[in-house]
Design a protein around this ligand. Structure first.
Ligand code: GLN
Length: 310
């Protein structure tokens, strides 16, 4: 690839406009009001240099992309074993909002932390002191990773909270099994708030710098996650990050990734690059149609597939 990176990214966006189809998520009423034509891409190198193109300052809600970072945060705080006791690492092969529990192990638990049942459980495990609410702890943590103060989108938060019937039913199932140990209404409300933190693609690549760089924040040199924590989160992103399309994704794109219903996708190749894309129209699995197209193109052009070397 000899084209300078900014031009390469701009060309990518131009070419991906051919990827038609998909539709806006509408189960969160406020998300259905998104502009379907927004399109952005960003890339970070190992040393934290950021390149971007398109609507790269446009802010959207992080949604399920938050699950990867909160999983890492809770593992770092409580240890991997404590988290594995409550949430497994098996791909579910089911939709992200399935009321899905692994019944095969000794203890019934959510199959993995990238689907809602696992992510709601992981959210409930965020340690709190002095009554700071968990979503606020996460907002501050994401702001630190992004290198700027991030905010909640209160309209999306309220809209999702008012219609969170499915997540509430997941919450009550988890409470019934004692996997959640506190009020499901409060936990689900706070989880939904975590999902409503606003980011741009530039913020996302700044945030994933820490995963690209083995747990150290490139901007400050501070160690945020241990090597083992990063390995754990990237493993689960590889097997479960794209929900029930994770196998197709791994074959076609081949990098650990996480998507969200507002249309964002992050991709992390440890020791090499971090990628983020945004385009709101989704396929039937809840993954961005144009986002997948752009990621696949980048993976091909730069030889990023994990198994490229064979
Ligand atoms: N807040 C959304 C939910 O819980 C996140 C889902 C997603 O991005 N796939 O349903």
């Amino acid at each position: 690839m000899n084209t300078p990176v900014p031009e390469y990214l701009a060309d990518l966006l131009q070419n991906c406009k051919a990827a038609q189809g998909g539709k806006l998520a509408d189960y969160i009423p406020e998300l259905a009001a998104a502009d379907p034509n927004k399109l952005a891409v960003a890339l970070t190198t190992l040393d934290g240099l950021v390149y971007s193109a398109g609507d790269d300052d446009y802010e959207f809600t992080i949604q399920s992309i938050s699950k990867a970072f909160v999983y890492a945060y809770v593992i770092e705080a409580l240890g991997r074993e404590a988290v594995l006791e409550k949430v497994g690492v098996e791909p579910s092969g089911e939709a992200f909002n399935e009321i899905s529990l692994d019944q095969t192990s000794d203890q019934v638990k959510p199959k993995n932390p990238m689907i809602n049942s696992g992510a709601i459980t992981v959210h409930s495990m965020i340690p709190t002191t002095d009554n700071t609410d968990r979503a606020e702890i996460i907002r501050q943590f994401f702001s630190k990773l992004a290198g700027r103060e991030l905010a909640f989108d209160m309209a999306i938060y309220q809209s999702e909270k008012d219609t969170a019937f499915r997540n509430l039913s997941i919450g009550y199932s988890l409470r019934n099994l004692n996997i959640l140990e506190s009020d499901p209404i409060e936990v689900v409300g706070s989880y939904v708030k975590q999902c409503s933190i606003k980011v741009s693609v530039k913020d996302l690549v700044n945030m994933i710098g820490v995963l690209v760089n083995g747990g150290v924040l490139p901007q400050t040199g501070e160690r945020i996650f241990s090597h083992l924590t990063v390995r754990q989160v990237l493993t689960v992103m590889t097997t479960c990050g794209m929900y029930n399309a994770a196998g197709d994704w791994l074959a076609a794109v081949g990098i650990p990734a996480k998507s969200g219903v507002s249309g964002g996708i992050i991709g992390v190749l440890p020791g090499q690059v971090g990628l983020a894309v945004f385009a709101p129209k989704l396929d039937r699995y809840g993954n961005s149609v144009r986002g997948i197209d752009i990621m696949q193109q980048m993976s091909n052009d730069m030889g990023l597939h994990l198994l490229e070397g064979i």
